[in-house]
Design a protein. Structure first.
Length: 260
C-alpha cells in the first residue's frame, strides 16, 4: 500500500538516508531534499554547485545525530543540520592538478564514512580526506582517486584507488601502511580487457574485492598479502555485501550468489 508520494526537483541515482523523522535524497543536479517520513512533505532543500559531468550512480548521505553529510558530483562535501538544512561546514574534494579529461570529474561516488567523530571520503579526481565531524577541519588528505566507499576498521582506512591499487592507511594520520596492486587486465600479456575492481569489504580477518571479470580476491588486512582467489562465472559491477555471516554477490546477469 502506497503511503505517500513526494516530488523531487530532479532524478536521483543514489539511495536515500532515513532517520530522525526525515528522508534525505540527493538528486543528480546536486540538490538535497529533506522530506517528512510520515507524510512525504518537503521540509527543506539545499543546492550544491551545478556539475555537467558525473559518474553513473552516486553516494547516499551519511546521517549522524543531528547532522547529515551530503556528497555531491561537484566534489563538494557538505554537513547540514537535519532540522533546517543549515550549513555546518563544507569542503571540496576536487583536485587542482588535472592531467586528463577524466581526472576533471570530481564526483564523490563512494559513500562518506563516519567513525569516531571523523568523516572519510574520496573523490574521483584524486582526493582522500579525513575531516573532523564537529568543526569541518581537514585532519589529513592524500592524493588518492577513487569511486568506491572507503572501509574503516580499527585504526586503519582501506580504500580502492582508480589505478587498481588497494591502500591501507592509518586512521588518525593518514600514513600509508601498505599498498597492494591488483590485476589490471584479463590478458596481462597483450594488456587487453581491463578489469574494474569493487570494494573492499572486511569479512572477519580478510579484505574482499570483486572484479568485473568475475574474480573475488581475499587479501590480508594486516599485510596486504593475497590469501585466496575465487573465480565466478558472472561479471560484476557492484561490491559484495556482508550480513549475518554471509557474503552476497550481485552479478550483471541478475544472479544473487551467497557464500558463508
Amino acid at each position: 500500500t502506497e503511503l505517500w508520494r513526494g516530488s523531487l526537483p530532479g532524478p536521483s541515482r543514489s539511495g536515500p538516508a532515513v532517520g530522525v523523522g526525515r528522508v534525505f535524497v540527493v538528486t543528480i543536479d546536486n540538490q538535497t531534499v529533506a522530506l517528512d517520513v510520515e507524510s512525504g512533505k518537503k521540509l527543506w532543500t539545499h543546492s550544491g554547485i551545478s556539475e555537467v559531468t558525473g559518474l553513473l550512480g552516486g553516494a547516499s548521505p551519511a546521517l549522524v545525530g543531528k547532522t547529515v553529510i551530503v556528497p555531491y558530483s561537484s566534489g563538494e562535501l557538505v554537513a547540514l543540520r537535519v532540522n533546517n538544512g543549515r550549513v555546518v561546514w563544507s569542503d571540496s574534494l576536487a583536485f587542482v592538478r588535472k592531467t586528463d579529461t577524466l581526472s576533471t570529474v570530481a564526483h564523490i561516488r563512494g559513500h562518506p564514512v563516519v567513525d569516531s567523530g571523523m568523516v572519510y571520503a574520496v573523490s574521483h579526481s584524486g582526493r582522500l580526506v579525513a575531516i573532523d565531524l564537529r568543526t569541518g577541519a581537514r585532519i589529513w588528505d592524500r592524493a588518492i582517486s577513487g569511486s568506491e566507499t572507503p572501509w574503516v576498521a580499527g585504526n586503519f582506512v582501506y580504500v580502492l584507488g582508480n589505478d587498481g591499487e588497494l591502500y591501507c592507511l592509518t586512521r588518525l594520520g593518514g600514513r600509508v601502511r601498505w599498498i597492494r596492486s591488483l590485476p589490471r587486465y584479463e590478458d596481462p600479456e597483450d594488456k587487453e580487457d581491463r578489469i574494474k575492481w569493487y570494494g573492499p569489504v572486511l569479512a572477519g580477518d580478510r579484505l574482499m574485492v570483486v572484479g568485473s571479470a568475475g574474480e573475488v580476491l581475499s587479501i590480508s588486512p594486516y599485510t596486504g598479502k593475497f590469501l585466496s582467489k575465487l573465480e565466478l562465472a558472472d561479471h560484476f559491477s557492484v561490491p559484495p555485501v556482508i550480513a549475518m555471516g554471509n557474503i552476497f554477490f550481485l552479478s550483471d546477469d541478475a544472479d544473487l550468489i551467497v557464500y558463508r
